[in-house]
Design a protein around this ligand. Structure first.
Ligand SMILES: [Zn+2]
Length: 367
């Protein structure tokens, strides 16, 4: 019996020695990217965009949907775990309190330190019981969080990137964004602007929109600011300027994204945060594809709505599956200070390079 015990101990010691010998070397600290890396995470018609800067800072623009299985918080967590230098969120924007934007906020705050939140205040205009669950969850953690309600024109402080808030709480900037090429130029399309009847979801009207710059690279994200409001930013003068990337307003639905906005901001590419049955309307495809200077229209999801015949080729679409339980994917954009950038489809590895075209643009030029 004693012999057998000794043999067992020897075997265990040998086994544990083997385990020690096979352990990987300690992990090197992760390095920040040399580019501004932006991850447009598919949240099935919600919004969640994660910015990883060369100084190692992070910004999360919206937190996806609230679901019982934490699907979108999981998708965001997976990206943060893969790429963040410090496992934390330095700046988090909750653009407004619809569940597709604030949905993952409370869960993410349990998983990561969030240093600073930016939102439109501790109230929602849509208090219906079936609409306020995600807001209530966020509002509970908001009580003890570090929160700022920014005014239009205010900047979200980050080391490498310039983040200017252009809308919040239903108010808009009144003067051109300083230093933006094309900002302040008259917008000749305004004479054809037509108002649209708006759907009864007034939370959208309080959304935070932002202009984000890294050197000459420029991205516009107006979240869910609505059609009749966006006019204040581009008529009679375009206060925003011109951009490399237009992140579609209101998920590429007909409730936002007028030609007066899209064509004036003159994007090189559009990225649509649509879901299989949300956004991707025929009207959105037509307005974006007819925008002067547009090169590509990337999508976070294949669209099955009235614009389905107009989907971009699969390699420009992050998630193409729509059956329940499918895997979500993301598009990764890497921007350089000269204004050049690349976009990679995480699902396929397909990458497209966009060379710099406006490095020497003077402040008033309209590209
Ligand atoms: Zn939304």
């Amino acid at each position: 019996m004693r012999t057998r015990t000794l043999l067992l101990i020897a075997a265990l010691a040998a086994a544990s020695g083997l385990v020690i010998a096979q352990q990987p070397p300690p992990q090197q600290p992760r390095k920040a990217p040399t580019t501004l890396d932006i991850y447009f995470i598919d949240t099935e018609g919600g919004q969640a965009t994660f910015f990883m800067t060369p100084s190692g800072e992070t910004l999360l623009f919206d937190t996806g949907n609230l679901t019982t299985d934490n699907r979108d918080a999981d998708r965001i967590t997976s990206v943060i775990k893969q790429v963040a230098v410090e496992q934390q969120i330095d700046q988090a924007i909750v653009s407004h309190y619809h569940g597709d934007h604030v949905g993952g906020a409370a869960e993410l705050s349990r998983r990561f330190p969030v240093r600073h939140w930016w939102d439109h205040g501790g109230w929602t205009v849509e208090g219906q019981p079936n609409r306020r669950a995600a807001f209530d969850a966020y509002n509970a953690i908001r009580a003890t969080a570090n929160v700022t309600v920014p005014k239009p024109g205010q900047k979200i402080p980050m080391t490498d990137i310039d983040v200017t808030v252009v809308s919040n709480v239903g108010e808009f900037i009144k003067t051109p964004v300083a230093g933006m090429p094309g900002a302040g130029a008259p917008n000749p399309l305004c004479s054809q602007w037509k108002p649209r009847l708006q759907d009864a979801t007034p939370e959208n009207a309080y959304a935070i929109g932002a202009v984000i710059r890294y050197g000459n690279f420029r991205l516009l994200d107006l979240s869910d600011v609505v059609w009749n409001q966006e006019r204040e930013l581009v008529c009679p003068r375009n206060l925003l300027g011109t951009f490399d990337v237009y992140h579609t307003s209101r998920h590429g639905t007909d409730w936002a994204g007028s030609p007066q906005l899209v064509h004036a901001v003159h994007p090189r590419i559009a990225i649509m945060n649509n879901g299989p049955m949300k956004g991707g309307t025929k009207g959105t495809f037509e307005i974006v594809r007819s925008s002067p200077g547009i090169e590509d229209f990337w999508q976070l999801h294949y669209s099955l709505t009235d614009g389905k015949d107009m989907n971009s080729p699969d390699q420009f679409i992050a998630t193409v599956e729509s059956q329940p339980g499918h895997t979500g994917h993301y598009l990764k954009l890497s921007a350089r200070k000269d204004g050049s950038f690349s976009v990679t489809n995480e699902r396929t590895g397909f990458t497209k390079e966009y060379p710099a075209v406006h490095a020497a643009a003077p402040a008033t030029a309209s590209r």
